[in-house]
Design a binder for this molecule. Sequence first.
Ligand SMILES: [Zn+2]
Length: 258
Amino acid sequence: MMHLIDSHCHLNSPLFADCVDRIIADARHNNVMKMVLPGITATDWTSLQGLCELHRGLYWAPGLHPLFLGEESDKHLERLATIVNHSKTVAIGEIGLDFYPPGVDAFIQQRLFEKQLDIALVASLPVILHVRKAHDKVLSTLRRMHFSTGGIVHAFSGSLQQAGQYYDLGFCIGVGGTITYQRATKIRKIVSELPKEALVLETDSPDMPLAGHRGENNQPQYLTEVLTTLAELRNEPEEFTAAYTTRNCEQLLNLNDL
Ligand SMILES: [Zn+2]
């Protein structure tokens, strides 16, 4: 039987507040057996931990998103350094650099990013990266810090060459709903050319609705449609694509032990 992992979904979103049990049941019904829940702000961490303690197959990646850095971030970093010891913490995320919106403070983002990479290194945990308009900066930071525990580049939007550089540093590329859009020619070409060891699946639910589901909240159960498109683009049987994307994610996040 196929067994899929959604490596990026925000099940603690207020949009799922009164239906999260059904969302998880629908996911399992569609072979999505494990789900990884990244953090955005420190306020998220309590609800993420609660969900992971309540449901088997759920894991979390606490962290501070680069666009939601509050003034209390030093206090939050101290708390983050203790949360890494929770039994279902599998990564630090989502962290990174986002220079897309005008007027962001690149200096503050960089500082918080490096501090969270340090926490991940000390805890021997991988990271889930959120990066826009900053791939070269993130790559040079990872190299300079000798970042060795790898991770996932979520919602990848860079070039094939940059994807290859992440892969060489021990990262996988998170493949999501964008590939279901015919017009997304660049990312469709990239995911068809990367080595199979470089790919994991994600939805980013409730964000990034798939083609055919516009106007709906995205859900982990639709990961099967991402899988179908990826298998088509790579000209592979779906079961084969399912097996290696799941294996990649389990190895990267050490989900086998949990
Ligand atoms: Zn996300």
